[in-house]
Design a protein around this ligand. Structure first.
Ligand SMILES: [Zn+2]
Length: 220
């Protein structure tokens, strides 16, 4: 594993050589994954990465703001403290203790992975519950629902009536999640953001203006 220095931090860099034309970098949990063409030279790749300090800093800030910070996490718009316990149990699990989340991790398994898995389960449960209400109130339903992490939008609706919702919605308030669900469902009727579209949104979420404002403050 190579390392790169950014300010005071040394970050791990994993280089993955694969059949591709250009190099691309992404960051997860403070580690940079650099995917590059098969013939690429590692030192040149590291030099290329070193020229991207601004981008790296931006990713770090994003992760900082974000959730998978081991001591606190935003769930449904509420900040929860996180306690991690390493145990000899055969499984890892997450429980609630007052306002804290207790993450029991088996052996030396990575706690971030346990939290990720927990959040994935939670977001599916919450979205399915809220959507069920929205389907009932609007009489609209997509052909398919997808839930995945997205960087630039909370939700998307395709012309083939597939709605994709951002898994990061788990950090947002239930009101905001409801608004996003209504927003995407209304795209099944009106694909653009015309005044007709917003009228429909308002019909099912009268507070949408206020909610949109509060949502934009949340880290994506
Ligand atoms: Zn939209």
């Amino acid at each position: 594993m190579r390392k790169i220095a950014v300010d005071e931090r040394l970050l791990n860099v994993e280089i993955v050589l694969e059949n591709r034309k250009t190099a691309v970098a992404r960051m997860t949990n403070g580690k940079i994954i650099l995917k590059a063409p098969l013939h690429a030279d590692s030192q040149q790749l590291m030099n290329w990465l070193a020229g991207k300090q601004k981008w790296i800093q931006k990713q770090l800030d994003r992760e900082e703001l974000h959730k998978i910070n081991d001591d606190e996490i935003w769930i449904l718009g509420t900040k929860r403290s996180v306690r991690i316990i390493h145990s000899n149990d055969t499984v890892s699990y997450v429980t609630s203790e007052g306002s804290s989340l207790v993450v029991t991790v088996k052996g030396n398994q990575n706690s971030s992975l346990v939290i990720e898995k927990f959040l994935r389960y939670e977001v599916e449960t919450v979205l399915n519950r809220i959507l069920k209400q929205c389907y009932a109130s609007t009489g609209l339903q997509p052909n398919e629902l997808r839930i995945k992490k997205m960087k630039r939008s909370w939700g998307r609706c395709s012309s083939t009536r597939i709605i994709t919702l951002n898994a990061n919605l788990i950090h947002c308030s239930p009101e905001f999640i409801h608004y996003v669900c209504i927003h995407e469902l209304m795209h099944l009727k009106v694909m653009n953001h015309s005044s007709k579209f917003w009228e429909l949104v308002e019909k099912y979420e009268p507070d949408y203006k206020k909610i949109r404002k509060s949502g934009s403050l949340l880290p994506m």
